[in-house]
Write a protein that binds this ligand. Sequence first.
Ligand SMILES: *[C@@H]1O[C@H](CO)[C@@H](O)[C@H](O)[C@H]1NC(C)=O
Ligand SMILES: *[C@@H]1O[C@H](CO)[C@@H](O)[C@H](O)[C@H]1NC(C)=O
Ligand SMILES: *[C@@H]1O[C@H](CO)[C@@H](O)[C@H](O)[C@H]1NC(C)=O
Length: 452
Amino acid sequence: MHRSIAIASGLLAVASGQLVGTQQTETHPSMTWQQCTAKGSCTTKNGKVVIDANWRWLHAKTGYTNCYTGNEWNSTLCKDNKSCASNCALDGADYKGTYGITASGNSLQLKFVTKGEFSTNIGSRTYMMKDDTTYEMYKLAPNLEFTFDVDLSNLPCGLNGALYFVSMDADGGLKKYSANKAGAKYGTGYCDAQCPRDLKFINGEGNVENWQASSNDANAGVGGHGSCCAEMDIWEANSVSTAYTPHSCSTVEQTRCDGDKCGGTYSADRYAGLCDPDGCDFNSYRMGDTSFYGKGKTVDTSKKFTVVTQFVGTGDSMEIKRFYVQGGKVIPNSESKIDGVPGNSLTTKFCDAQKKVFGDMYTFKDKGGMANMAKALTAGMVLVMSLWDDHYSNMLWLDSSYPTDKDASIPGIARGECDTGSGVPADVESASAGASVTYSNIKYGPLNTTFG
Ligand SMILES: *[C@@H]1O[C@H](CO)[C@@H](O)[C@H](O)[C@H]1NC(C)=O
Ligand SMILES: *[C@@H]1O[C@H](CO)[C@@H](O)[C@H](O)[C@H]1NC(C)=O
Ligand SMILES: *[C@@H]1O[C@H](CO)[C@@H](O)[C@H](O)[C@H]1NC(C)=O
């Protein structure tokens, strides 16, 4: 739903604006995953992981002068959108030292706060690559499933270990936008259903004009443009709560938007854009089963477990199903206990009923609903693995009662056991600096081939 970014700032020297810098070689960490064709018949793929461009050191194309420091642009190098892209370069990343990202075999660990030599980094957003210049495009529908293991025992209230898919360009926009010289190799081209406006570059131009530095995030701001595309949140979670949520867009592929017309978290009118910022979510706690997910519960988050997501059927009748596997046991998703909203999976019927009973906005349907989500999943999407904290609503929409001024006994308000005062970024960044999430053992294939 809401998403924010914190970026390493400091004196590192790195690649270009959308030029490429040469101070640090870009070496993508390797991470294997498996493509299955039948149960027990899987092929290992040698993937690589790349960190998003927004986290990178951005400096003058010659020398070490920062183009962006803290949450402000250098007004000489970046006086307008276009010159910024030709004056500035993105550099390579020291994945472990600067960003706390380590890959090993089939697993990837993301650390929350990393104190590097020159900077303190908060969270990260990474993409799975097919090779050093191309994102892997996963076609997830119709009748396919995606499975991974997660360890989020060390992820408390206010943090979100998110594994999800977005309709980015496979080359990060390199071909479409000639001023983008960096491309997927440097993690460019991000978009999602919030139409994020905190991106420093969109369509090969700086997001410089009309930039407003954030009042509560020392590393971020909101620019005059945003970047929209369809988003399938397979997994947004910490050790307390979890949700899976499709977000449709009336235009599936990456599309730049203007100012408050972008809608989403970063705009004055949340519902003004091409995309559905709220989605149609399944959070077991919110759907009335408070003993299903958490430490010591049916799905025990104090230990590693497997998450299976199936995309059954197509078009408006697509069903999105969830299973867990832990201790060798397959655990079907919890059943909704909310009156008038039966089921344990996401379907158009479920979304219709849930939005009505909870009294929520139903932009999911307005932006094409399951049919447009199925279209995005069928075309192929980029896998995102991230860890973030929330400068807009303290992650309360995931793990607490939200909105906080409503009575928690009203159906749809309670989403988890976290206190309504929890999740303030300044608090979690100091109290839970050592938090981390580990994703591993990714498998992808036809229904029922990757688990059980
Ligand atoms: C901004 O960039 C210009 C041109 O490279 C440089 O002279 C100036 O010192 C920079 N300003 C800051 C505040 O770093
Ligand atoms: C730069 O982007 C802003 C929106 O952030 C837009 O209003 C402006 O027209 C753009 N400038 C140019 C020269 O294209
Ligand atoms: C997958 O397994 C489930 C549960 O055993 C079963 O209901 C379903 O029909 C299977 N689907 C396919 C396509 O084999």
